[in-house]
Design a protein around this ligand. Structure first.
Ligand code: C2O
Ligand code: CU
Ligand code: CU
Length: 484
């Protein structure tokens, strides 16, 4: 488990973005970065109330700390506008006022979020009200309450972690062949012979996990991004895309050693885009692999031996009558008549001379001109992110209906400074793991959200909304809004 930085007594969090050296494999050191350590950062334990944050940048590149999942005003949110230059510091006096949840923090310096999160600038937040024992939930850190940052990485033959982007990595998002959990390869989690809580955080740049237990025993979902559900939901599989968190309870009471597994990434491989277009999102396309092995440790105390029947989380139930509707299209620069047909492969398409490999992308609305040759062209509603443009002006205290479309790949869509309810996805009721409060959701076609905007953001420090495939975000699949 990562070390804990407990702020519940001090009401202060001090972070330093710093260089490190990490031996993922014996003897081969990779130059990495982290918060307060060489790779990743501590688990920050916090409670509702005032919290003073101080962040120092000891790196040679700009960084931020974005509190993904904390509902704080735009000026404290750590978005691209809050970049801290090398050697400088940033501070924020925050008020935390939201239900308990597992959140995520990471750098958000525009254009380098992908490379710097990959190198280690990310960590986990436990927002707690200290009442988990009353809820019958496991809460002994590292004993029956495990925090698991799931990442996939590539390594060279010398065992050093690498990040070299090919065209395909940019288009589909970068995935690695080696599973790294909390910065460790081939980790084994020791668990008591009872109910254990897994706080699963997808900290990967792009990989979408379809998680299941090796013997198909249920994972009881107790919390989504925004906090607890009303009752646990038993799941056989759980899809977790980048930026999403899920808390599940797994009963190891039978004493058998099992593993957490994942199916292949629906966006990857030769089936990537084409598979997506044929609608095979729920099928395992490449081979399944082990995410983490569990070993029963009889010496660990069994504190919880049954999954609670009820929880006290409030399920989202937003009123969607008379609300403003916005359409949000996550675009990969397809020309008119795009798709895998001639529109994509032909002269004006993605692979053609006028496409992503060549000059620009589109002749119709949207991307124009000789932009970003050789690298992907990404945007929202046809326009790449522009730090100087406010895309939406949202009313503080309002609810809006956002209809988010991913015509090509599956994209994890994230909104800062707000929580939302998934109303429908691809014409159906939401997947069970999307029924609680969310701030990030995998969009596989068309997903309808009701979003509640309760935190302000000015034009100087607007809130972002973006694809959480970090290679897409950095290349422009992001927009920004004020809330006032
Ligand atoms: Cu996890 Cu805009 O971030
Ligand atoms: Cu965020
Ligand atoms: Cu994307």
């Amino acid at each position: 488990m990562p070390p804990v930085l407990d702020t519940t007594e001090t009401d202060r969090v001090d972070l330093t973005a710093q260089f490190g050296s990490t031996d993922f494999f014996d003897g081969a050191a990779t130059r990495t970065i982290g918060y307060n350590q060489g790779y990743l950062g501590p688990v920050i334990r916090m409670a509702p109330g005032g919290l003073g944050a101080q962040v120092r940048n000891a790196l040679d590149v700009p960084v931020t700390v974005h509190w993904h999942g904390l509902l704080v005003p735009g000026e404290h949110d750590g978005g691209p506008q809050a970049a801290i230059r090398s050697g400088a510091s940033w501070s924020a006096n925050m008020q935390i006022d939201q239900p308990p949840a597992t959140a995520f923090y990471h750098t958000h310096a525009h254009g380098r979020t992908a490379s710097d999160v990959y190198a280690g600038l990310a960590g986990v937040i436990h927002l707690t009200d200290g009442r988990d024992d009353d809820r019958g939930l496991p809460s002994a850190y590292g004993v029956d309450d495990l925090t698991l940052v799931l990442q996939d990485r590539r390594f060279d033959t010398g065992g050093r972690m690498t990040y070299d982007l090919s065209m395909m990595d940019v288009m589909h998002g970068f995935v690695g062949e080696v599973m790294v959990v909390n910065g460790q390869i081939d980790a084994v989690a020791a668990v008591p012979k009872g109910v254990t809580r897994l706080r699963l955080v997808n900290g990967s740049n792009a990989r979408i996990y379809t998680l299941f237990m090796s013997d198909d025993r249920p994972m009881h979902l107790v919390a989504t991004d925004g906090g607890f559900l009303d009752v646990p939901i038993a799941l056989e599989t759980l899809i977790l895309s980048p930026g999403e968190r899920a808390e599940v309870l797994v009963d190891f009471g039978d004493g058998r050693s099992v593993a957490l597994m994942s199916g292949g990434d629906p966006n990857q491989g030769p089936m990537g885009m084409m598979g997506r277009m044929r609608g095979v999102i729920n099928r395992v396309i490449d081979r399944s692999f082990t995410v983490l092995d569990f070993a029963i440790d009889d010496t660990l105390p069994v504190r919880i031996d049954a999954v609670p029947d009820t929880l006290d989380g409030a399920m989202p139930d937003l009123d969607g009558t008379d609300v403003r509707t916005r359409r949000v299209s996550l675009d990969m620069g397809m020309g008119p008549g795009g798709g895998m047909g001639p529109g994509m492969m032909g002269p004006g398409g993605m692979m053609g001379p006028g496409g992503m490999m060549g000059r620009g992308m589109m002749d119709g609305e949207g991307f124009r001109g000789p932009m970003m040759s050789g690298m992907g062209v990404f945007g929202i509603n046809g326009r790449p992110y522009d730090m100087d443009r406010i895309d939406y002006e949202v009313g503080l205290g309002t609810t809006e209906r956002w209809i988010v479309e991913s015509p090509m790949l599956a994209h994890p869509f994230h909104i800062h400074g707000a929580m939302f309810q998934v109303v429908r996805e691809d014409g159906r009721a939401p997947r069970p793991e999307h029924r609680g409060w969310k701030d990030t959701v995998l969009v596989t076609g068309e997903t309808e959200l009701l979003v509640r905007f309760d935190r302000p953001a000015s034009a100087d420090f607007p809130f972002m909304f973006h694809c959480h495939i970090l290679e897409h975000e950095d290349r422009g699949m992001m927009g920004q809004m004020t809330v006032s």
